[in-house]
Design a protein around this ligand. Structure first.
Ligand SMILES: Nc1ncnc2c1ncn2[C@@H]1O[C@H](COP(=O)(O)OP(=O)(O)OP(=O)(O)O)[C@@H](O)[C@H]1O
Length: 725
């Protein structure tokens, strides 16, 4: 899941740290990079390490609870771990408004990447603060948010912040009293290996002695049988029996070697265990099946014990993404483990001989970071959620962040981070960085913001870098980014383009003339592609009370749109469309999706047009949600929808006025399509319906429903076309 590989030790603090806090730097420009200079006065992480007592030496009996309690890390010093990042490059105050936020660099090679993962996190200030607080207090955290926004990165960063000095090794011993209940011992980190080695050495010496003794006895028996008894056959038989007896007997001494199930000797930081999608055995530990269960061939039960992620995460971080996909039994066991801080290991398969074995409790004192999207929260075991809530924090991850010069500088550093992490990509030139930042703006879908779905943005960086590498280019340039944008299209984008092409081939798309009852609606596919979704309406007399007849999942939305528009119509005419049958068809809707009620102005326009027999402009597409009072409310995905309308050949597109600030269409579409912002259905009808309405017709009256709305902005005076900023 997590593709971070940074396991570097915390950097030695002292000098480097002070410079990273801007203490040794001079001048306003550099200080601007650190948003929280108050942390400058704090000490280094070294002090904090010194403050943590080293656990007492030597093996301890029991389950790890008897270990020396570690003092909480010094507040002063752990706060310092949150010191903000630096960008070791000149910053020009005058060009701060530029895409590079004033950075004076030629390529990402000039940007220093921070050593610690927590300093590499872009945005997510709240989650970052919570993670640092939780590391200090050893609290659990639940992170909910979109994929690729840094949840596992933060979890890993937390493991770097936890004190490494508390780590323990865990050994499982044979229990001479009950072979099915192996004993568990915890020892300080690094001791486990030594103990196992000492046991092996002892067993080796014992075996050497036994072999020596065996060969002496065999020699005596053979000598006796040959010289004194004169029967060599009998002597060989006796020697064979002695050999087997010794071999059989020596198995017992090997059984005394303990099984080191958790070895932290080589850990540079507190452990980080990703148990996403782990089955019960991998999460909670398991005992292997033994096919030879008797006759001296069996493997001793303590040797078959395997640790679970909860045990390997002891004193560190257990990260579980998509927490709701864990089966209920595992979630219940996880709760017990969280509560007790220890959990015995038993075989997870009932039919395996391992199920007979149950070790003493094994320590699993971890900090849990559970992650997922909103569905994960709804479907997870309520008691587990309450454990996390009761003993920790819940954080909602940001999808976007405000677009400031400082943030843009950090995005430049993000590219440098991705280049360094990949290790093979050529560095990015300044204009390539600018293009990536522009794309981050576009993907945010919100004016004045940058996207924080950085895994996807990192994908664009990697594809562009790969293209540059294939070209043997020294640097990744803007040209490479533009090529990468074409190549790294999502499945939905590819499907949407294919769909638009096919509709053109079959001439399903109508982009000119006036047709009554037919409106070009707009919908989104996935998260980042739009399609034109025509809506057709037919109004027929009904025998009884009228019905709204629509097919598929869109039926509800169509009914709601019709009921809203019928309220408006009733108010302005004698017409009661609830007494008529209204047929709505979403032409080829199976190919795309309509988010929420974003097609309701489309449905309303189609119904009014069909009712009055007035043609709708087919060179126009529209999206917007309709309130019961006729207001046009904002919807999602406007940028992608507008681009889809342009690709399909429409000349104009109606969007809710409130969405105007979200429009960030690519340059190439700017001259292809006119964007018409509206705030009321009357404006929609004015733009979409053919010709001048007859005096006192329904359309005439509807068009003038809210004089104030029309006064505010007369669309006929020339709609504004926003720039893609
Ligand atoms: N806030 C961020 N700052 C810097 N890099 C980020 C950030 N978010 C994501 N990334 C980049 O994207 C990669 C993937 O992010 P990560 O695995 O943490 O996402 P996630 O939220 O755990 O997603 P998922 O839920 O799909 O596992 C990271 O390794 C990093 O390169």
């Amino acid at each position: 899941m997590n593709d971070d590989t940074n396991t570097d030790e915390r950097p030695p603090d002292g000098e480097e740290h002070s410079s990273s806090n801007g203490r040794t730097r001079s001048g306003d420009e550099r200080d601007r990079v650190d948003p929280d200079p108050s942390r400058d006065d704090l000490g280094g992480a070294d002090d904090w390490e010194d403050d943590v007592p080293v656990p007492s030496d030597g093996p301890e009996s029991g389950n790890g609870q008897a270990d020396a309690p570690a003092d909480e890390p010094d507040e002063r010093t752990i706060d310092d771990l949150g010191s903000d990042v630096q960008i070791d490059a000149e910053i020009d105050e005058e060009s701060e408004d530029g895409l590079l936020g004033g950075l004076q660099i030629d390529s990402t090679a000039e940007i220093k990447v921070p050593d610690r993962l927590v300093d590499q996190v872009i945005g997510q200030e709240h989650a970052r603060d919570v993670v640092m607080k939780a590391a200090k207090q050893r609290r659990h955290v639940m992170m909910i948010g979109s994929p690729g926004t840094g949840k596992s990165m933060l979890a890993k960063a937390m493991s770097e912040l936890l004190p490494k000095e508390e780590l323990q090794d865990v050994l499982v011993y044979h229990n001479p009293d009950d072979g099915n209940e192996p004993k568990v011992r915890t020892v300080p980190s690094g001791k486990g290996d030594q103990i196992v080695e000492a046991h092996k050495e002892e067993a080796r010496k014992r075996n050497q002695m036994r072999s020596f003794l065996m060969w002496i006895i065999i020699a005596i028996v053979l000598g006796y049988s040959l010289i004194i008894a004169g029967n060599i056959l009998l002597g060989i038989l006796a020697a064979g029996i002695i050999y087997l007896a010794f071999r059989y007997g020596s198995r017992g001494s090997d059984a005394m070697i303990p099984n080191l199930i958790v070895n932290t000797a080589d850990q540079q930081t507190a452990p980080f265990e990703d148990a996403t999608g782990a089955h019960a055995g991998a999460l909670l530990g398991d005992v292997r099946h033994d096919p030879f269960q008797s006759g001296g061939m069996e493997t001793p039960s303590h040797d078959r014990v395997e640790p679970g992620a909860i045990h390997k995460a002891n004193k560190g971080v257990l990260f579980i993404d998509e927490i709701n996909t864990l089966d209920v039994r595992s979630q219940q066991h996880l709760m017990t483990a969280i509560q007790e801080g220890e959990f015995g290991i038993t075989g997870q398969s009932e039919r395996s001989s391992g199920a007979m074995v149950q070790t003493e409790p094994v320590p699993c004192d971890f900090v849990m970071i559970a992650a997922g999207n909103l569905d994960a929260m709804e479907n997870m075991h309520p008691a587990l959620r309450s454990r996390i809530k009761g003993y920790g924090y819940e954080v909602y991850m940001d999808d976007t962040i405000e677009d400031t010069p400082e943030m843009r500088r950090k995005y430049a550093r993000f590219i440098a981070q991705e280049v360094e992490k990949d290790g093979r990509l050529p560095h990015f030139t300044d204009d390539a960085i600018e293009e990536v930042i522009l794309e981050a703006r576009r993907r945010a879908g919100r004016k004045g913001h940058l996207t924080l779905e950085l895994r996807n943005l990192g994908g664009l960086v990697r594809v562009a870098g790969d293209i540059a590498r294939a070209d043997d280019a020294e640097y990744t340039t803007r040209e490479h980014i533009l090529q990468a944008k074409g190549r790294s299209r999502s499945i939905e984008q590819q499907l949407a383009d294919d769909y638009i092409q096919r509709r053109k081939d079959y001439e399903l798309q109508v982009a000119e003339g006036y047709v009554p009852g037919r409106v070009n609606g707009l919908a989104v596919m996935g998260e980042d592609s739009g399609i034109v979704l025509p809506v057709m309406a037919e109004v027929t007399p009904s025998q009884g009370p009228g019905e709204v007849i629509a097919t598929g999942q869109l039926k509800e939305m169509a009914q709601e749109a019709v009921s809203n528009v019928s309220a408006i119509i009733k108010k302005f005419s004698d017409e009661d469309i609830t007494q008529k049958d209204i047929h709505i068809q979403f032409v080829q809707a199976g190919e795309g999706g309509v988010d929420g009620d974003s097609a309701s102005i489309t449905v309303a326009t189609a119904v009014i047009s069909a009712l009055e027999g007035v043609g709708v402009d087919q060179s126009l597409a529209m999206t917007g949600s309709l309130s019961v009072r006729g207001d046009v409310l904002p919807v999602g995905g406007v940028t992608h929808k507008i681009e889809a309308a342009a690709k399909t050949g429409c000349d104009r597109v109606i969007i809710p006025e409130a969405n105007l600030q979200d429009v960030m269409i690519e340059d190439e579409y700017e001259d292809m399509i006119e964007i018409i912002p509206v705030s009321h259905i009357s404006e929609v009808l004015d733009v979409a319906l053919e010709g001048e309405p007859e005096k006192d017709s329904l359309v005439d009256r509807l068009k003038t429903i809210t004089g104030s709305a029309l006064d505010k902005q007369s669309v006929s005076q020339g709609p504004s076309s926003p720039s893609p900023q």
